[in-house]
Ligand binder design. Sequence first.
Ligand code: ZN
Length: 150
Amino acid sequence: MFEDLRDLYQEVILDHGRHPRHGHRLEAFDATAKGDNPLCGDRIQLWLKYAPDGTIAKAGFEARGCAISIASADLMAEAVTGRTPAQASALSARFRDMARSGIAPDDDPDLAGLRPLSGVHEYPSRVKCATLPWHALVAALDGAQEAGSE
Ligand code: ZN
């Protein structure tokens, strides 16, 4: 069962890594930020467009890097659409905890779609691949142009 789940997670990562649904620049946007992970060579630029009510209407990105970083950016773009900046920023913190610990609380439905990335905690050098887009997200939400790293 566990092995099946791993295979499924791996499939999700490969699918989103190869065919990202949100892997394009937004022509009209309200916030943008870049991030880069020199350890792996991943680079990303993220764009956000806000709705009139202040929620995130759209997220798009251009990225070059490994499948994990691109899959993480794509799943993130899906996960933050429709959320307020405060919710998106809180989700980023929970995602980063999950990527480091591998623990995705069952009572956190917001993490459900992101769970395929929980396996990266077994590969400490890849954790930054998965968290890179989320650092760029926080930078964009804060109005910074460059994501800080840890
Ligand atoms: Zn990477």
